[in-house]
Design a protein around this ligand. Structure first.
Ligand code: TRP
Length: 457
């Protein structure tokens, strides 16, 4: 959450790191992206693959990224440059840092637009529009909101301004305190919401949809999508974990600290699924309707539940705060680089970085209205950027991290840094980096690309 550059340049405790990493992980990825990705890919098979991807691919990669960060102790570009020099005798791998930072900023440009929807929903939940329990009314209300370019740009700007404000002040204790408060409360609200949804919605169908063997076959695009969700939700591949790892005390055991983050994040995602799908099935909302899913389904619940106005406002506000934590982690590596390497003052660096993201974000906001007819490749500008970052750039970055820590870095460097000795657990992690992670990513990526060309032919 914050970069403690003061004195010893370290997290105050293991818990501080876990909280910061959890704060970056939990955001729109678990609560907005997970449900709509599950819906778009037909349920159970996707969820199962996602779980496998999180633990078998994501977890070892996360360990690797944090480990590289702690060894480098700099911004991601300098860290990769230095480690590359140390392990390979050239600075070529600093490109991995560049890729990560660029991907992070591209993600932020649409992340901020969606976070704006959350803010707008908080404002709207307070004034409780009349939906009369009808999914069509909810959909119409959301469509009208999306058609309003000015509103979308405005809320996107409000959100980014908040990001800029926090990051410019140096991401110090205030934010850490914020996360210690928002995360538990968000979790509590989510639990209440799950309870309501499971008792008032179609729980049986939702559980079957999420965990049953849904008919859809497993193919390469589905696998790539599950990997993408795992990387996105765990904040892998944009240098954020590297930046956080840089402040980890030398005696913290990376694997166990990381596992806490992974498990918390999975639990939140599954709870979000158990909230959305009972509502969707009860109200006849198509689970595959895409990025609007959460924003259509939840207002129906808030309208019907006692105290729903207050509850809904609070829920969307907390979701926006969770997104703020993630957004800060998305800009921090770029800002750290601009300050350390370009010699900019912190406020100037923030202005430059966030300003660029703001401009790109405006075109994304317009892709829901004024530019909605501009369609190519995967669809609108938003669809393209979303696909490019999570299903192309994040996996590429992940392959880079795996190859570097498995093949370029010598065994003694990584085992020393991971402090798990050269026992079986270390060998398992190393095998992940050398073999199954890069092979799984390359294999599924190539197969999905071929399938795409095959479909077009
Ligand atoms: N994990 C965040 C979420 O689920 C989004 C995200 C992706 C992210 N990559 C990141 C956040 C890197 C911080 C850093 O909402």
């Amino acid at each position: 959450m914050r970069q403690r550059r003061s004195n010893q340049g370290q997290w105050s405790s293991r818990l501080a790191f876990v909280l910061a990493a959890t704060g970056s992980a939990i955001g729109l990825g678990s609560i907005w992206r997970f449900p709509f990705a599950v819906g778009e890919h037909g349920g159970g098979a996707f969820v199962a693959l996602y779980l496998v991807a999180v633990f078998v691919i994501g977890f070892p990669l996360m360990i690797a990224e944090v480990m590289l960060g702690r060894r480098g102790r700099r911004n991601p570009i300098s860290t990769m440059g230095m480690l590359s020099e140390e392990e390979a005798g050239h600075r070529g791998w600093s490109a991995l840092g560049v890729l990560g930072i660029a991907t992070g900023l591209l993600i932020l440009s649409y992340y901020s637009v969606v976070a704006g929807w959350t803010l707008a929903h908080a404002a709207r939940a307070a004034s409780a529009p009349e939906l009369g329990g009808s999914a069509d009314a909810a959909r119409a209300a959301f469509a009208a909101f999306q058609a309003d370019a000015l509103q979308l740009v405005l809320w996107h700007s409000v959100f980014l301004a908040a990001v800029a404000w926090v990051v410019a002040r140096g991401v110090e204790g205030g934010l850490e305190r914020m996360v210690t408060f928002t995360m538990p409360v968000l979790l509590l609200l989510l639990l209440v919401l799950v309870g309501w949804s499971m008792t008032h919605g179609d729980a049986a169908r939702a559980v079957d949809y999420l965990f049953g063997a849904s008919g859809a076959g497993i193919d390469a695009p589905l696998i790539v999508a599950a990997f993408a969700q795992a990387f996105f939700t765990l904040s892998i591949g944009v240098g954020a974990l590297m930046a956080y790892g840089a402040y980890l005390p030398p005696d913290t055991r990376i694997p166990s600290a990381t596992l806490t983050v992974v498990v918390t994040n999975v639990v939140v995602s599954l709870l979000a699924g158990l909230t959305i799908f009972p509502l969707a099935f009860r109200h006849g909302i198509d689970p595959g309707e895409g990025p609007g899913l959460v924003f259509n389904a939840l207002p129906l619940a808030f309208e019907a539940m006692p105290g729903g106005r207050l509850f809904g406002t609070l829920f969307f506000l907390l979701l926006a705060l969770a997104a703020l934590g993630s957004a800060i982690a998305l800009v921090e590596p770029a800002v750290a680089w601009a300050v350390e390497r370009r010699g900019l003052t912190r406020p100037r660096a923030v202005l430059g970085v966030v300003g660029a993201v703001w401009v790109v974000g405006i075109s994304i906001a317009l892709s829901f209205n004024a530019l909605s007819e501009v369609r190519f490749w995967r669809g609108t500008l938003f669809d393209n950027l979303e696909f490019l970052t999570s299903e192309v750039l994040l996996p590429l970055s992940a392959i880079g991290i795996a190859l570097f820590s498995g093949w370029v870095m010598c065994r003694s460097s990584s085992s020393e840094e991971l402090e798990i000795g050269v026992g079986s657990r270390f060998m398992l992690w190393r095998a992940a980096m050398r073999w199954w992670v890069p092979l799984a990513l390359l294999g599924s990526g190539v197969a999905a690309t071929l399938a795409w060309f095959g479909d077009r032919a």
